[in-house]
Write a new protein. Sequence first.
Length: 214
Amino acid sequence: MTLNAGPSRVEQHSRVRRLVRAVLTALTGLALGACAVTGPPPAEYVLGSMPASRPGTLIQTKQPAVLVERVRLPDYLDSTDLVVRKAGELLPSATGRWAERLSVGFTRSLAESLATRLPQAFVTAVAPIEHPKLLLAVEVSHFGAYPDHQVTLVARWTVIDGNSRGILLTQQTTLLEPVNGSGDPFVVAAMSRAIDDLSSQISPTLAADLTPAL
């Protein structure tokens, strides 16, 4: 009676090597396919321009404080998605996103822009230790890029007395800023300019309220 000895040890090792090669080839193909689908990670953007770096110390204890409260945005806008509006639809960018929530970036950028226009005041988006002389509340109803290559910003802003909490002035501002190119960096630049334009509309009112009455 003849017994079947089965595959030799050499044949078994050869089969294992072929199986390992097949698995590695499949995994490599999946990895390459995933990279082709997802591509590089989206770039992250922030609003506003880089502040000028000037060494030195500025004493602000005797300056009147202006508190910029967190800007209020519609819920559908207040995210990290960088979107373009098209026929009532929001189209998030596949190549870029905000590095912070839009309301946070808007508030920070607005406070920085106002600070450059109001050197006589301490403008901050963080509540100071002492009561601020003025508060600025901003509510945005529209903010974003449109297919006609322009950014629209519609905001209602209110200046509030820091002591009495009485409203000194409320205005609504509509601003249009052209998008001077194609791609996320141009959209971000136009949105940053729109915030700077809003700052230029608000700063004269704040400056007048900061001036002591004669």
